[in-house]
Design a protein around this ligand. Structure first.
Ligand code: HEC
Length: 450
């Protein structure tokens, strides 16, 4: 843990705000990507089982199309998965510096598990292709010599695929649970001292609700993304068989509708368990906006199911992305509000760090020179002996000789003193500079007065 926090570079308040923003974007990308992956691969595995049980090549085709949905693009995994994930970890290390919280440790654990899961899922995706063609060849083959070898090979490939798919999905689900629980812990700062291991981490109702919220949105977006990608984006329908296309459409729409109908429940539950320290009007309004969009989305979905027409696919796809984005932004706002004190502490820390840096560079506080400031700003109106615009020092300095603080205070904030003079304009000095000038004046003119 100590080692992790050593990576921290103190950040100014604006930078901390930027980090929060980066967090919101990264989280939305990661959650949408991981959600589609989780949904599409588990449905794909389910259809493979069905295809074997019912010995139907059709379900295998659907299973393959589902596996293709997002696992076919390695760039997606990198841009929407690995990069945001690493950014999120780095930012949390920054934002939770000096708290001693174990959140970054859990995030790294979830990242390692997530990476293994992704690797397994990619292998699964490749073997769905392999198995699909093996099955295809089998139907074309006549029962000649070599059949047995072929069947054995096919069986082996089958086992291989089932196992990688199964373990990939289990690991993905586990890693995302740890991830979400860690994000939840980052908000619940009163638990930081009490949570040291993964077991203590995952035992939390609020983490469970947030996970369920993720799972429901994962299946909703999977169903809609399938329809969007395969029937709106691509020019040709994914299957040659019209009946299968019809089935795939209806199936994905129902998945989206059922999962979508569970979403408001968890959305509201999550809002109810938000720590009181983080609730304010803005957050509430923002969360409400998400809920309204969610209901609009459900209305579109329901209309499509009712009419068996797919006219709102693009609208629902973008709406759902917006809803998921809003709920991630909301989570980050909650984090920001709940940890406002921590942010303040980090910003103060940055001030100290910055002054140190200036001093090291030979500038900053060390360089404040009372004499220079005096000669630059004060001589225009002041002299020791004579009256210029302001009174001569020999008349006004005596009362300050033993009280440099009072002098510094006057220089910093001049007040009206002598009716014979106009008021002295403020010289716009910083406190440290006023002190230095006061010190210089007393040291320089003090001896002349006595
Ligand atoms: C634009 C002209 C002007 C400049 C520049 C100026 N002063 Fe003055 N200063 C005045 C005037 C006018 C007064 C008389 C104010 C009064 O009595 O209300 C005064 C009063 C003072 C007094 C007497 C306060 C007292 O309690 O009677 C001190 C000390 C002083 N100035 C210090 C400074 C120092 C140090 C600077 C430079 C950082 C400075 N002044 C720059 C015009 C100026």
């Amino acid at each position: 843990m100590e080692l992790l926090y050593k990576l921290v570079i103190p950040q100014s308040e604006t930078n901390l705000l930027l980090l929060n923003l980066l967090q919101m974007i990264s989280l939305s990308a990661l959650m949408i990507y991981s959600g589609i992956l989780l949904g599409s691969i588990s449905l794909s595995i389910w259809f493979y089982r069905k295809s074997i049980k019912e010995n139907s090549l059709r379900y295998a085709e659907l299973a393959k199309a589902l596996a293709d949905l997002i696992a076919s693009g390695k760039m997606f995994a990198f841009g929407l998965g690995v990069v945001p994930f690493l950014a999120i970890i780095m930012v949390y290390i920054q934002l939770l510096n000096l708290t001693g919280s174990y959140v970054p440790k859990f995030l790294i654990l979830s990242f390692v598990l997530w990476l293994i899961a992704i690797a397994l899922i990619f292998i699964y995706h490749h073997s769905t292709e392999l198995n699909y063609y093996l099955e295809f060849f089998k139907t074309k083959m006549s029962s000649e010599r070599g059949d047995d070898d072929f069947l054995m090979f096919q069986e082996k490939a089958e086992r291989y695929r089932t196992r990688t798919g199964f373990w990939g999905i289990v690991l993905l689900a586990v890693s995302l649970y740890i991830f979400i629980a860690a994000l939840n812990l980052a908000v619940e700062n009163w638990r930081w001292g009490a949570v040291h291991n993964t077991f203590e981490l995952i035992l939390s109702f609020s983490a469970f609700f947030k996970y369920m919220s993720f799972i429901t949105s994962a299946f909703a977006i999977t169903g809609i993304a399938f329809l969007y990608k395969k029937y709106k984006w691509m020019e040709e329908p994914p299957f040659a068989d019209a009946e299968l296309n019809d089935y795939a459409k209806r199936f994905n729409l129902s998945v989206a509708l059922i999962a979508g109908m569970c979403m408001p429940l968890f959305y509201v539950l999550n809002l109810l368990i938000t720590p009181k320290t983080a609730i304010n009007d803005f957050l509430f309004g923002f969360a409400l906006l998400g809920l309204v969009l969610l209901f609009v989305l459900l209305h579109f979905l329901y209309e499509m199911v009712r009419k068996s027409k797919f006219m709102y696919i693009s609208a629902t796809f973008y709406l759902l992305i917006a809803v998921i984005g809003i709920s991630q932004v909301k989570e980050q706002l909650v984090f920001k509000y709940a940890n406002a004190e921590q942010t303040e502490r980090l910003a103060k820390n940055y001030e100290v760090f910055y002054q140190d840096l200036l001093a090291k560079a030979g500038r900053g506080e060390a360089e404040i020179n009372g004499e220079e400031i005096y000669k630059g700003k004060c001589v225009a109106c002041h002299d020791f002996e004579r009256k210029v615009v302001g009174p001569p020092h020999k008349l006004v300095l005596p009362k300050y000789i033993d009280n440099p603080d009072a002098l510094a205070k006057f220089i910093l904030n001049p007040v009206k003193v002598d009716p014979a003079y106009p008021p002295m304009p403020s010289q716009g000095l910083r406190p440290k500079e006023a002190e230095a000038v006061a010190k210089y004046m007393i040291e320089h003119y003090g001896p002349k007065i006595k």
